[in-house]
Design a binder for this molecule. Sequence first.
Ligand code: FE
Length: 281
Amino acid sequence: MSKVRKIRSIFSGKPTYEGAGVKLKRLFGYNEIPIFDPFLLLDDFGSTNPEEYIAGFPWHPHRGIETVTYMIHGIVSHSDSLGNKGDIEGGQVQWMTAGSGIIHQEMPQKQDDFLRGLQLWVNLPSKYKMISPRYQDIKDSDIFPVKEKNGVQVKVIAGLYKGTRGPVKEIICDPQYLDVWIPPQKVFNLSQEKENTVFIYVINGEGYFDITQKEFLEGQLGLFGKGEEVQVTSGKHGVRFILISGKPIGEPITWRGPIVMNSEEELDQAFEEYRNGSFIK
Ligand code: FE
C-alpha cells in the first residue's frame, strides 16, 4: 500500500431541495452508503439569493445521528425540543447529538451578500443510538488557527491536529474535522490512521489532492483510498478546504429521512413514536 493516499472518487454534488424548499448541494448522502462510513451526509447550503434558503428547515425530528453545522458566512437561527435557542453565525459551529430523539428547526436568516454553511451527519454506533440528546454552540473565538511556518493555517474544529484539540469534543466517533488554508503553491502533509475514511471538500481556490496531481476546484469533494498520509498541493490562488476523517463503524445502516438506525423495525418504531407523541424521551 502506498504511503500517500490516492483519490478514490470525486463528487461534485447534486442540487437537492430540503426542509421547506431550501436549495442546497448534497455532496454525498443515502446513495453513497456505506463508502463514507462513519459519515452519512454532507450538504453545502446557501446562496446569494435569499429565496433559495429563507424557507429554512422548520420543525423536524432526528434520531440515531449527530450533526455538525459549520457556518462559513451568514446566520442560522435554531431552536429545539430541549429548550435551546440561538444563532449560529459565520465561523461558528453547532454540534448536536440527536441520540434517542430531538425535534428542532434550523432557519437561515436573510443576508445582503450571501449565506453559506455546511452540515455533516455523523452516524452513531448501535449502542449509542438511544443516548440522551445534547447540543453545543461553539464560538469562532474557541477555534484557534494553528499557523505553520510555510503560511498554512489549520482551524481545528474537532479531533486532534499536532497537539491542538478542537472545541467539538463529544462526538462519539471522535472524527477529525479541519478547516485548512494553504497559500499558493505550498504542500501540506497530514498523517492518518490507515483504515480511516478521509475526504476533502474545497471551499474555495484550487489544489491537487494526491500524487496523481489531478486538480480540484471549489465545490468538489475527493474521497481518499486507504493509506497513511494525505498530501495536498495548492494551486496558484491557494486553496481552502475542509478535511474530515473518521474510523468506519461497520454496522448495518437503515435510513429514512432524518432518522438513521440499524434495522427496519427500529425505523418503524421511531416513526410510530413520532406519530403518537412519544418520540421525545
Ligand atoms: Fe435538522
